[in-house]
Design a protein around this ligand. Structure first.
Ligand code: ADP
Length: 193
């Protein structure tokens, strides 16, 4: 099963993706996680991406498309994958279409988690508090200024990705404001339909 999860920062894509990994035994491909790993490892990509990410902007299409093209070719992604945080621009969606066609791969579903923007900042602040309580390190972009920029990037560059798929009649939308278990159920139902 190949699936795309769409939705603004803080919508719950990561939480739902982790559940789907358990349920279906396919990997979650999060470009955000992969970029953070590259930053931590100090790779050339990481060095290039760090300042943009910290400020809440988008890393170049070229970089993330390259990362995903490599990642979906790996052995563990053969049976399927969950894309989380990619595609984030229409150009990325077009590049994804091309790489899937090249590999003879089809998507099962593109699912968007719809949430009220007003709820997002408090979700991010909660995540930061929980991370601190658990002894972890808060993401450099989980602060109000960077978050505001992430929302702007979402509105201007990522919301059109939903339109891109909706226009082709392949977008399923679910309510991301419901409790986590209810969202999981809605997601399962969307995947079954
Ligand atoms: P969020 O919780 O905001 O959805 P992610 O963990 O998915 O955050 O991504 C964190 C940051 O990594 C983004 O703000 C952006 O700088 C960068 N990033 C992740 N995925 C992409 C992408 N597909 N295109 C461009 N930049 C990306």
């Amino acid at each position: 099963m190949r699936l795309i999860l769409l939705g603004p920062p803080g919508a719950g894509k990561g939480t739902q993706a982790a559940r789907l990994v358990e349920k279906h035994g396919i990997p979650q491909l999060s470009t955000g996680d992969m970029l953070r790993a590259a930053v931590k490892a100090g790779t050339p990509v990481g060095l290039q991406a760090k300042s943009v990410m910290d400020a809440g902007g988008l890393v170049s299409d070229e970089i993330v498309v390259g990362i995903i093209a490599d990642r979906i070719s790996e052995a563990d992604a053969k049976a399927g994958f969950i894309l989380d945080g990619f595609p984030r621009t229409v150009a990325q969606a077009e590049a994804l279409d091309a790489m899937l066609a090249e590999r003879g791969m089809m998507l099962r579903a593109i699912v968007e988690l719809k949430v009220d923007e007003s709820a997002l900042l408090s979700r991010i602040e909660n995540r930061a508090r929980e991370t601190v309580a658990a002894g972890g390190t808060v993401r450099a972009d989980d602060n109000p200024a960077a978050f505001e920029k992430r929302l702007v990037a979402y509105r201007e560059q990522t919301a059109p990705v939903s339109d891109y798929y909706a226009g082709r009649g392949v977008l399923k939308t679910i309510d991301g404001m419901a409790p986590v278990d209810a969202v999981s159920e809605a997601l399962d139902a969307a995947l079954a339909r």
